[in-house]
Write a protein that binds this ligand. Structure first.
Ligand code: PLP
Length: 351
């Protein structure tokens, strides 16, 4: 078989997930209004209001806000909690710092990062305690699952340890929970168990939950009222956004129930590649829907990815000079994973 006959298996990211047919039907039939018209803290779009109520309930928070992206959700949370120019405690590899640099650019919000050493996203509580006791940090950010650690999870107990330090120093705690439902599924707990002790949380409806657009920010009623104002400031206020919120409702009500399938397939993929000589997979980090792989070849991750695609039609996502990742999402099934593993093995054998 020539490789052009092979089905492309794209494992670069779960951001490639597509809206389900149930989402498309819900979008077409959504009741709409002007979400930008404020009626005592809520907009006039009934579907957005329903999505916000569902998200708040699922996350065990007083209120929630629909925002266009995870980046904007995190940015709004930072703006509500921390005055511009103040210090924010983050991990060096946190998405909020590494990829959402707008927060830390002088002339935008100008936040100053204070890096806390972390193991798979879990901060050393003693270091955090020492840093917060200096009194100049206005917010602590954590991430669950932790993208750059390879999708690793923080348990409710670990979150509690961090939250206790924050409470002791009266510093709020924000969670970048872009994939928190994957963490909950992996740990066998609910998402609300994982976010109980944080002051605010951002979760993505896109990515693993398959909505085409959107994220939720959740917290106290007061926090969300402030967040609504910041969203307008950033141009994130939408109008008939119910057309998107309708997909978000399916994401929260249906797609959260299936993410453990993705976690299990990622685990299967890691196990089936564990003995390939030129790949180094720390199976301990394969906890959710991602597999992070370090290369033990002369090829850079970019070269490896490019040749693997040219020769075997499998796409993987380079994350550094010598590392790539593979991510499982709805639409990637067991046979795709078996086939991807077989093709990667053949490719590596021929290197
Ligand atoms: C952990 C994490 N937080 C936040 C984001 C930002 O989400 P968005 O792409 O919707 O802005 C991402 C995106 O991949 C992410 O992985």
């Amino acid at each position: 078989m020539s490789n052009s006959d092979l089905k492309v298996i794209d494992l670069r990211s779960d951001t490639l997930s597509l809206p389900t047919s149930e989402m498309l039907t819900a979008m077409a039939g959504a009741r709409l209004g002007d979400d930008g018209r404020d009626m005592g803290g809520k907009g006039e779009d009934p579907t957005v209001n329903r999505l916000e109520a569902i998200a708040a309930n699922l996350l065990g928070k007083e209120d929630a806000l629909f925002v266009p992206s995870g980046t904007m959700g995190n940015m709004i949370a930072l703006m509500v909690h921390a005055p511009a120019g103040s210090c924010i405690a983050v991990g060096k590899d946190a998405h909020v710092y590494k990829m959402e640099r707008g927060n830390f650019i002088e002339g935008l919000h100008g936040y100053r990062p204070v890096f806390i050493p972390a193991r798979q996203g879990f901060y050393d509580p003693d270091v955090l305690d020492k840093v917060l006791s200096c009194g100049h940090v206005s917010l602590v950010c954590i991430e669950n699952t932790h993208n750059y650690a390879g999708g690793t999870v923080l348990s409710p107990e670990q979150t509690e340890i961090i939250a206790d330090v924050c409470v002791r120093h009266e510093v709020p705690l924000h969670l970048d929970g872009a994939r928190v439902f994957h963490a909950a599924a992996a740990l066998g707990v609910t998402a609300s168990d994982l976010v109980r002790r944080v002051d605010s949380v951002m979760v993505c409806l896109s990515k693993g939950l398959c909505a085409p657009v959107g994220s939720m920010l959740a917290g106290t009623r007061d926090f969300i009222r402030n967040a609504r104002g910041k969203r307008r400031l950033l141009g994130g206020q939408m109008r008939q956004a119910g057309v998107l919120a309708a997909a978000g409702i399916v994401a929260l009500e249906k797609m959260t129930l299936r993410v453990q399938d993705d976690n299990s397939l990622a685990c299967m993929l890691a196990e089936s590649l564990a003995d390939v000589g030129c790949l180094d997979i720390d199976t301990g980090t394969v906890q959710t829907n991602m597999v992070r792989v370090a290369l033990k070849t002369q090829l850079t991750a970019e070269q490896f990815a490019s040749r693997l695609y040219d020769e075997y039609r499998v796409k993987v996502g380079p994350v550094s000079q010598d590392m790539f990742r593979m991510v499982v999402y709805n639409g990637i099934g067991k046979t795709d994973i078996e086939s991807a593993a077989e093709r990667i093995r053949s490719f590596c054998k021929a290197l």
